[in-house]
Design a protein around this ligand. Structure first.
Ligand code: SAM
Ligand code: SF4
Length: 377
């Protein structure tokens, strides 16, 4: 399987928790962006030709793209690489009304799934998160997506300061009424370099401690399972296989993906080697380099076996379906994690339990050389 990721690096405002590659611009020249993406695609196509099985417009805020730009990119990918049957083409959207109004045009352009950054339906929480939409706009965006698309998802952020477990339970149960098969639920994380990083350090707010975070995760798993949308990945929930995100599953199964646009990463198998690619993060430099030399890749290099094993585990053990662990992983460590209830064996597969999903990083760290699972979990 080969996924295709397009990074749109612009947003209308910068959210205080976000450390994605995001830039603010008064005016965006859509034609110039499109021309640059197309040139970049031609560069990649000369080096990698496997047909594409999913496309994902991520950001930033790709719902700020014009439907014409989106349509032209989809057409170009299809013309160059070709699409596998039943291709999933997702666009991340913010719930602002001007963007939700474009949903029908995005569908016309070829998008068949949207992922909406709702974050919360509660106005106070949205304000704390620095969002520029309110709960009403979120509701409208979600109901418009439900009407237009057979598949859509929305994101919520939980375990925020001052949020009680009971408040979250109520919010989540309400939100479930608007879901149509898929949700992504993320615990708020404080990332270095964000406004929230400074605010937390100043003592403007206090984040829930680790035990409370674990309680939030546990009630989330319980509510989602009871509602018929169990986790299929650490933070992703779907009613059935059909609603799972094919594009993201391909990342977690360590499939290939092409990444274009500022800051995008890719993993490509070329002549049996797994190549890691990374594009320059700054939109202006990206544009200039592509105009001058046809690409803006800062990295295009083979990964050694050790790095590939690390990446495979980091990705694969996020999935409830589990994975076949490489032979290089010590069997005694796997047994210890099974005995301690972090993993379970199912034939050739090793699967994380709910406890294993909650401690994903610790589990992978232990398998890759850590000496004590309890110190890390
Ligand atoms: C690429 S981001 C943003 C997509 C879209 N621009 C938006 O904001 O709605 C994808 C998702 O990551 C989640 N996210 C980003 N930063 C986060 C953080 N620090 N903690 C928890 N979730 C985060 C949000 O739920 C967000 O919708
Ligand atoms: S959370 Fe979304 S809208 Fe906010 S800055 Fe990040 S990418 Fe942009």
């Amino acid at each position: 399987m080969t996924g295709f990721y397009i990074h749109w690096p612009f947003c209308a405002a910068k959210c205080p928790y976000c450390d994605f590659n995001v830039h603010l611009r008064e005016n965006i020249d859509q034609q110039q962006m499109l021309d640059t993406y197309i040139k970049e695609m031609e560069y990649v196509f000369a080096r990698y030709k496997t047909p594409v099985s999913s496309v994902f417009f991520g950001g930033g805020t790709p719902s700020l793209m014009s439907p014409q730009t989106v349509g032209a990119i989809i057409d170009k990918i299809q013309a160059l690489w070709g699409f596998k049957n039943d291709i999933e083409i997702t666009l991340e959207a913010n719930p602002n009304s001007s963007e939700a109004q474009k949903f029908a045009d995005f569908k016309q352009a070829g998008i068949n799934r949207v992922s909406i950054g709702v974050q919360s339906f509660n106005n106070e929480r949205l304000k704390f998160l620095g969002r520029i939409h309110d709960g009403d706009a979120a509701l409208k965006a979600v109901s418009s997506a439900a009407e237009i698309f057979d598949k859509f998802s929305f994101d919520l952020i939980y375990a925020t300061p001052k949020q009680s477990l009971d408040e979250w339970k109520t919010e989540l149960k309400q939100a479930l009424q608007f879901a149509k098969g898929h949700m992504s639920l993320y615990q708020l994380t404080i990332e270095k370099g964000t406004k929230f990083y400074l605010s937390e350090a100043r003592g403007d707010f206090v984040m829930p401690d680790e035990d409370t975070g674990a309680d939030f995760y546990e009630v989330t798993q319980e509510i989602m399972s009871a509602s018929g949308m169990p986790a299929y990945e650490v933070s992703n929930y779907a009613a059935n296989e059909d609603h799972q995100s094919a594009h993201n599953l391909n990342y977690w199964r360590y499939g290939d993906y092409i990444g274009i646009g500022p800051g995008a990463h890719g993993r490509l198998t070329v002549n049996g080697n797994k190549i890691a690619t990374r594009v320059h993060r700054a939109p202006d430099i990206w544009q200039q380099r592509i105009a001058e030399q046809g690409h803006a890749y800062e990295q295009w290099e083979s990964l050694n076996d050790e790095t590939q094993t690390h990446e495979k585990l980091m990705m694969g053990l996020r999935l409830v379906e589990g994975m076949k662990l490489p032979e290089t992983i010590a069997r005694t460590k796997i047994d210890t994690l099974c005995d301690e209830g972090f993993l379970l064996k199912d034939g050739e597969l090793v699967k994380p339990t709910r406890k294993g999903l909650a401690c994903h990083n610790a589990v992978v760290g232990y398998l890759l050389g850590g000496s004590n699972i309890h110190a890390a979990a």
